[in-house]
Design a protein around this ligand. Sequence first.
Ligand code: MG
Length: 266
Amino acid sequence: MRMKIWAAHRWRLALLDLDGTLYQGSQAVPGADAFVERLRISGVQPVFFTNNATRTPQQVADKLGSLGIKAHPEEVCTSAQAAADWLRQHVDPDKGIVYIGMDGVEAALQEAGMRHAHVRSWHPDDFQPGAAVMGLDTSVTYADLAVFCRVVVGLRRFVLTNPDVALPGDGGLQPGNGAFGRLVEAVTGVGPVVTGKPEPYFVDYALRRFGAARDEVVLIGDNPRTDIALGKRCGVHTIRVRTGLGAWVASSEDEADWVVDSVADL
Ligand SMILES: [Mg+2]
């Protein structure tokens, strides 16, 4: 299988999902480290392509490194970075960004050179908001959400880094960023602009950033509804792995170009 897939295509970029694909919780998927090395040796650029907006690229690279998977921060592509990219293109530079989020969102806005403040420390006298952006923030409070909703009502729009409603946690499911996004939508009547999977903007951003064309890209992930759906919508090749969520996917749900047991088979 390994030779067949790779020999027939001239991929230059591999967009790699993280949770469920390269690792599960605090454990690397067996063989994930060697797989990433094989990509490098074959001249395929690995891109660590994650909806998780809470961590900075350095924090993602550190986590992968702690699992034995070599990764550079410049190779990490997060939904928070895609959100900052969208904001840079759509928001008046004289205005600022009010956000709910953690290190990942803060660092992405900082790097994009945009004026920004967490909703908890922002005051209307500080700057006029040009946009509101929401990433998962595990310290979010009722007061934060109330101020954020008021800003969204004023702007009639907000950016949601990723729409994942529920996340796997140690004791079972826990609320994801998409659940908070729905809360804001329910309160304000304003739907979000989403920059993470399964929105094509995320792939477009990665292709622009890494200078690749669609036919040079393969997207590898465990989730048919985000990873594979995104690949299909963008017209890039997809490989689904049976690790992570992939273990529970019915074959009727499967639209991936190829399915393998794990990245160790690639
Ligand atoms: Mg995944």
